[in-house]
Design a protein around this ligand. Structure first.
Ligand code: AHM
Ligand code: MG
Length: 337
């Protein structure tokens, strides 16, 4: 493959000879710059004294790590400096912040996904989602302009800080991957378009929550565990990294299905993962790669958000598996009580 960078991709993202909107290209380049900075901090770890707890909590009621705080500061500063983001919303901030009110885009991000893995040197990442701004954003209720279904996303992606740092991106014409070349600081295109095979023999779920799941999810996993002798007629393998970026990346590379379903631990919440920072951008990428994303009721991308930090049930990846999950949910229609 000839070495081609992010700028070359943005000059013709759909392969039809037309460049990306200049403001969008500027935003994606700015995001990639911030991800390079965060990647560097992550790679320094204890050497830069960035591991461990920050001693603060976030709006989700979770303990923040030092890297959560640093990555969030980096992303907010980048969005402000870009001049093309009307307002930005972060998993780590209570409310959206108004930046350049007349600018064309809204930016949402989980600055450091997989925080529980920060201190044990397991892959983590930054997830982002770009929505259109509905015109001049008023200084009043800024959060309200973000409440658009994920189907309206213009771009979404993530940076994965693992053995290599990767930038995985979609502008609505497939999913492409760039690898950070540390000596030059360039994001070099190394894969894509990604394709999630319709069939798989691999599922990802935190099995320790099994007793809390709804019956359709219990039945689905029981079918997978039954292997060749069961209804599915094949053996399944299981993986759980506990960093959604890393689990979704595996699915984009070699297929599979990822589940973080609603469960009874906190029945008032529709799930653990956040719709706007995790569910929507990852569902956009998975659909762009030919997979499906379902929340137990319908397509995640069709959900109309009612709150910036809204939770969702997430089941995404191989179409055959998500179709099977949908059949189980529709036939059992288990009430969430
Ligand atoms: P975070 O954004 O605070 O890191 O939480 C989200 C993460 C996901 O990356 C991952 O899929 C999930 O939480 C793991 O949860 P659990 O520890 O319950 O398995
Ligand atoms: Mg997260």
């Amino acid at each position: 493959m000839t070495a081609s960078g992010l700028r070359e991709f943005l000059a013709d993202p759909a392969g039809d000879g037309r460049p990306a909107d200049p403001a969008l290209a500027k935003l994606i380049e700015a995001i990639s710059d911030s991800c390079r900075t965060i990647s560097y901090l992550v790679s320094r770890g204890a050497l830069a004294d960035v591991l461990g707890a920050a001693g603060t909590g976030n709006i989700q009621g979770e303990e923040q790590k030092k890297l959560d705080v640093l990555a969030n500061e980096e992303m907010v500063a980048m969005a402000r400096a870009s001049g093309v983001v009307a307002a930005a919303a972060s998993e780590e901030e209570e409310h959206a912040v108004l930046l350049s009110p007349a600018a064309p885009y809204l930016l949402l991000f989980d600055p450091l996904d997989g925080s529980s893995n920060v201190d044990v040197n397991v892959s983590i990442g930054t997830i982002f989602s770009v929505l259109p701004s509905p015109g001049e954003v008023p200084p009043g209720n800024i959060d309200a302009v973000f409440l658009q279904p994920g189907r309206r996303q213009i771009a979404a992606g993530y940076a994965l800080y693992g053995p290599q740092s990767l930038l995985v991106l979609s502008l609505g014409s497939g999913v492409v991957t760039f690898t950070l070349d540390p000596p030059t600081g360039q994001w070099v295109r190394t894969a894509g378009p990604a394709r999630v095979p319709e069939a798989t023999r691999e599922f990802a779920i935190n099995m320790s929550n099994m007793r809390h799941w709804d019956k359709p999810v219990q039945d689905y996993v029981a079918e997978c565990l039954a292997g060749t002798g069961g209804a599915r007629g094949k053996d399944f393998n299981m993986r759980w990294i506990a960093s959604m970026v890393a689990d979704v990346h595996r699915i984009l590379c070699r297929g599979g299905v990822f589940l973080y379903p609603w469960d009874r631990r906190e029945p008032g919440k529709p799930g653990k993962l956040r719709l706007m920072y995790e569910g929507n951008p990852m569902s956009f990428l998975i659909e762009q790669a030919g997979g499906r994303a379902f929340d137990g009721c319908g397509d995640i991308l069709e959900a109309v958000p009612t709150g910036l930090h809204q939770r969702t049930s997430v089941m995404l990846g191989a179409k055959e598996e998500v179709d099977r999950l949908e059949v189980l949910h529709r036939s059992q229609a288990a009430p969430r009580t």
